[in-house]
Design a protein around this ligand. Structure first.
Ligand code: PLP
Length: 371
């Protein structure tokens, strides 16, 4: 009898290092959990009430694969208010669901996808799950996008470049010049640009956020409601881009997710009218608190968006540093979860001021030990 085996791709994918530390944090509720990128504010009450109303009214069946039309109109209106015009939009099962379908649409076995390193944990693994090969663009030490770092990686097989801004884990916001560099390279080499902009509302600069969609109208832009509206568990995102790409993604969605969560879609229509500014200002204040508290003992890029800080680990070994932090019940993530390197660590500041203050004391103590 032949032995039952798993697919080869199982060996190529490692479980998420964030989830491992988050599970430890959950098992130690008196600790300080700065591990996960889950906003610490709740879904706005009017959005919750909308969800309840639609459930009670019996809106519980399948909806169109492309998404509820009123929500798609709202998404398009929101984008056009920011001077972005895409050919089409697909509502997806979170930004992650959108990213998976986008990679499926543009890359397959034999293809290569460029990914900026450090990167969000799903990026390289999803490329591998689709049978393609990720190629990492080293953006250390300042995490900017440069032609010098990107061009040597391009081969005949390169199909797409994935960027993320505001960035997880670095908090970096790319300049218009950075985005133009990517667009020029993508045009010259026939690459799709996938830009994950899920943190587009979490921007701490005075100037408005510049989307890849403002620079390249054929970009594939991934976004969603998880972070902006504190709806990480509702699994609702969207992807806008060229009609041919969105059509292909919609077909893949028919056979995979079928449609995004129907109730969440109805409720999210009202999420657009909820003003997030006070939350963003709270996160900006926490960013400042951390920078000030850690500046004497840590080297780090100043985050201009998202809610993460990515300092260098004193002593140079992020695992050793993070393990010691975990012994003190401070849950942070070593850089190798997001990178080929293991020189930095990530702090999520989606946490209370009190936890951030306690974390600053522990981290400074550890810096003395490791420095
Ligand atoms: C850059 C980035 N993209 C996507 C996601 C996941 O978004 P969603 O929960 O909508 O799938 C995250 C979550 O941490 C993220 O940091």
């Amino acid at each position: 009898m032949r032995k039952k085996t798993l697919s080869q791709r199982v060996d190529e994918i490692r479980p998420s290092g964030i989830r491992r530390i988050f599970d430890l944090a959950c098992a130690n509720p008196d600790g300080i959990d700065l591990s996960i990128g889950d906003p610490d504010f709740d879904v706005p009450m009017p959005v919750k009430q909308e969800a309840i109303r639609w459930i009670e009214n019996g809106f519980n069946g399948y909806v169109s694969t492309r998404g509820v039309s009123e929500l798609r109109e709202q998404i398009a209106a929101n984008l056009s208010g920011r001077d972005i015009a895409f050919e089409d939009t697909l509502v997806t099962a979170g930004a992650t669901g959108g990213y998976i379908l986008a990679i499926m649409a543009v890359a397959g076995p034999g293809d290569e996808v460029l990914i900026t390193d450090p990167y969000f944990v799903a990026y390289a693994n999803v490329v591998i799950m689709c049978g393609a090969t990720p190629r990492l663009i080293d953006t250390y030490p300042d995490f900017r996008l440069t032609a010098d770092a990107i061009l040597p990686l391009i081969t005949e097989r390169t199909k797409a470049i994935v960027i993320n801004h505001p960035n997880n884990p670095t908090g970096v916001l790319y300049s218009t010049d950075d985005l133009r560099v990517v667009n020029e390279i993508a045009k010259d080499h026939g690459l799709h640009i996938i830009s994950d902009e899920i943190y587009d509302r979490f921007v701490f600069t005075d100037a408005p956020f510049v989307s890849m969609g403002n620079i390249a109208d054929d970009a594939i832009v991934v976004s969603g409601f998880s972070k902006t509206s504190g709806m990480t568990g509702w699994r609702l995102g969207y992807v806008s881009g060229p009609a041919a790409v969105i059509d292909a993604m919609a077909t893949f969605q028919q056979y995979s997710y079928v449609c995004a969560n129907s109730v969440a879609q109805r409720a999210a229509i009202s999420a657009f009218s909820y003003d997030m500014e006070s939350q963003v200002q709270k996160y900006r204040h926490r960013r400042d608190r951390l920078l000030e508290g850690l500046q004497d003992r840590f080297r780090m890029a100043r985050p201009e968006g998202a809610f993460y800080l990515f300092p260098e680990a004193p002593g140079g070994d992020a695992d050793a540093f993070v393990n010691r932090a975990i012994e003190r019940k401070l849950y942070i993530i070593p850089g190798n979860v997001f990178s080929a390197k293991n020189t930095h660590f990530r702090i999520s500041f989606a946490a209370s001021d009190a936890d951030i203050d306690r974390a600053i004391i522990i981290l400074n103590g550890l810096a003395e030990e490791f420095g």
